[in-house]
Design a protein around this ligand. Structure first.
Ligand code: NAP
Length: 299
């Protein structure tokens, strides 16, 4: 994924110099991961094994959730993963979903289970997520998976944070001893990204809504990961010259989809930067497929 930095000239410079960051192509990396998983599945099946199976459980008819589930099932099929697509009506009782999850836990043809969140109010999505066996927790969101990650022990890791790490790996970003600053401490992104960066021997600072002098903390970062959900919170001059900027944010605004980072300003200072869309976004499904293959092999 190495490439030539884009070079531009400004009236203020007499000489050409590399001013703009290289853009991290999340679509291309995600495609590469998906092809690798497809090849791995084919080899696994050719060796006489059952194909990995991914069960998705969607309760209700939230259109955004249906789009996510459709995308996950389509990508699974393309990778040769068997899909078990469970769609339950909006008024399904908590105990019915719970029973389905128990059946999927016991089903040997299901390698991974994903309960699409949010669930309708009568269904406690958090409690149900905890019912999923850690060995089938391809979303990496159960307390056991989170605990294994926090302790640095093997386990299934949440897909979006794994996608962030894969982008850094493919672009040869050295993390050993690097100052990494993570904005956000959610269970879904901030916390697991921080744990993964720490496991890669970065020196990690985790920021949140109560962090003082956020701009100054960000300016220390060799690697800056933003997962806040506020459009363009991170301004260009918060970015250290030569930093690597990973923008996890996906914010729908009147001006279209925006990340958590002011892209134009940040890309004048960063060495590498993810765009929104086309950066971290496509990695989530790719890493979910990889987790499903990993779960099948470990079963
Ligand atoms: P979340 O659960 O709402 O967490 C946001 C975090 O940001 C919290 O820890 C919060 O701090 C912190 N925060 C809020 N305001 C802040 C401020 N002014 N300064 C510093 N920190 C602040 O969000 P999430 O689920 O982690 O998602 C974050 C973003 O990533 C969203 O835009 C989401 O859409 C996107 N996302 C993308 C993908 C993908 O690409 N596939 C996947 C998941 C999420 P407190 O803890 O103090 O409240």
């Amino acid at each position: 994924m190495k490439g030539t930095p884009r070079v531009c000239n400004t009236p203020h410079t007499l000489a050409w110099r590399a001013l703009m960051a290289q853009i991290i192509d999340g679509k291309a990396v995600a495609q590469a991961v998906r092809e690798e998983v497809r090849d791995e599945v084919a080899a696994w099946v050719a060796a006489g094994n059952e194909p990995p199976g991914l069960a998705t459980v969607l309760v209700g008819d939230d259109p955004a959730s249906a789009i996510y589930v459709n995308g996950k099932q389509k990508a699974s099929a393309e990778a040769g993963i068997r899909g078990f697509d469970h769609r339950l009506p909006h008024d399904t009782e908590h105990r019915e979903v719970s029973k389905l999850l128990d059946e999927l836990n016991e089903d040997p043809s299901v390698s991974g289970i994903l309960l699409q969140l949010p669930t309708p109010p009568q269904v406690d999505g958090g409690a149900l997520t905890e019912r999923i066996w850690p060995s089938k927790d391809v979303d990496g969101l159960t307390p056991i998976s989170a605990g294994l990650l926090a302790k640095g022990r093997p386990g299934l890791r949440p897909a979006t944070p794994s996608g962030v790490m894969e982008l850094l790996r493919r672009y040869d970003v050295s993390l050993e001893g690097a100052e990494a600053v993570v904005l956000g401490r959610s269970d879904l992104v901030g916390r697991p990204v921080s744990a993964l960066l720490l496991a890669a021997n970065a020196t990690v600072t985790m920021c949140h809504s109560r962090t003082r002098n956020l701009a100054d903390v960000c300016r220390r970062a060799d690697v800056l990961v933003a997962a806040v959900g506020i459009p363009e919170l991170v301004l260009g001059d918060w970015v250290k010259e030569g930093a690597v900027v990973i923008d996890v944010g996906i914010n729908r605004t009147d001006d279209g989809l925006k990340g958590d980072v002011e892209f134009a300003g940040a890309s004048e200072r960063a060495r590498l930067i993810t765009p929104v869309p086309g950066g971290v976004g496509p990695m989530t499904i790719a890493m979910l497929l990889r987790n499903t293959m990993t779960a099948a092999k470990a079963a």
